[in-house]
Write a protein that binds this ligand. Structure first.
Ligand code: NDP
Length: 264
């Protein structure tokens, strides 16, 4: 029997010294994860389309001695993403972890939604994931040291919903893309690719759903074995796990992070 190694166990959750690239870093989940990587000793590259917000984050993180920088880029634009990889490597020499945290939705009934609006959601939530993962994967392959990719999709990738023909389709596509990328990238190049499928996490946009008096909250509680909606820390723990060596045997998975929403 191969004994468990003390040094491995002591360091298996560490991302210290790694270089982590976070898309959608200006968003609720991207921001908490970027900061968590920083607290855990990683060097953090934050990206998004809003320079003002990225600069604010950089100032905030640097005030806490987090080694970080930002690069403005639209994840759905190939040339932006190529520039992002170049700038990241110029700054830190390599990329070891990718966290895809950007996303967009504009719910509309299919009968009222234009094809252009639907395509915009598909580009923002699916095509962009392909572009970012493709170019980061190439960089990781060139480095020859493997890597970890964590893509945030949604619990809506597994269930339909009124007004969500764009969002559910793109998130479902991203989940299958993750599984397919694992087939391309893990055995040969040591790059683990997984997705996290969340339900509702507390953020500025979702705060209203946490009101126990609201119908939305009460409906969720009928199907939430855990008895509450999610806090940012619930996401951070899972994402750090999938970014670390502790999850070395996990790839191609679409992992539920919903407090058990799909179980009842
Ligand atoms: P937010 O809306 O807070 O932020 C997402 C970020 O994505 C924004 O800050 C924005 O950054 C970027 N973004 C917005 N629109 C686009 C677009 N059209 N194209 C590219 N980037 C865009 O989202 P959350 O942090 O709450 O969610 C993160 C991910 O998790 C998303 O994929 C979301 O779908 C998913 N999710 C979130 C849940 C939640 O409860 N929070 C539940 C289930 C899934 P910038 O403007 O700087 O580019």
């Amino acid at each position: 029997m191969v004994p468990v190694k003390k040094e491995f166990v002591n360091n298996m959750f560490s991302v210290e010294g790694k270089v982590a690239l976070v898309t959608g870093a200006t968003g609720a989940l991207g921001k908490v994860l970027a900061k968590a990587y920083g607290y855990a000793g990683a060097k953090v590259i934050m990206t998004g389309r809003s320079e003002g917000k990225l600069k604010e984050l950089e100032d905030e993180f640097k005030a806490e001695n987090i080694d970080c920088c930002y690069v403005v880029a639209d994840p759905a634009k190939e040339e932006d993403v190529q520039g992002l990889i170049k700038a990241s490597v110029e700054k830190y020499g390599e990329i070891n972890i990718l966290a895809v945290c950007h996303g967009y939705n504009k719910p509309q009934n299919i009968l009222e939604q234009s094809v252009a609006d639907w395509q915009y959601i598909m580009d923002a939530d699916c095509k962009s994931v392909y572009i970012v993962c493709k170019y980061v994967a190439q960089q990781m392959v060139d480095q020859g040291k493997g890597g970890k990719m964590v893509v945030v999709t949604s619990q809506r990738s597994k269930r339909g919903m009124a007004g969500y023909t764009g969002y559910c389709t793109s998130k479902g596509g991203a989940d299958l893309m993750v599984s397919s990328m694992a087939c391309d990238l893990t055995a040969k190049y040591g790059i683990n690719v997984n997705s996290i499928c969340p339900t509702v996490f507390r953020s500025e946009l979702t705060e209203w759903m946490f009101d126990p008096e609201s119908a939305v909250y009460q409906n969720f509680m009928k199907r939430e074995p855990i008895g509450r909606l999610a806090e940012p820390d619930d996401f951070v723990g899972f994402a750090l796990f999938l970014s670390s060596e502790a999850s070395n045997f996990m790839t191609g998975g679409n992992y539920d992070c919903s407090g058990g929403y799909l179980t009842c």
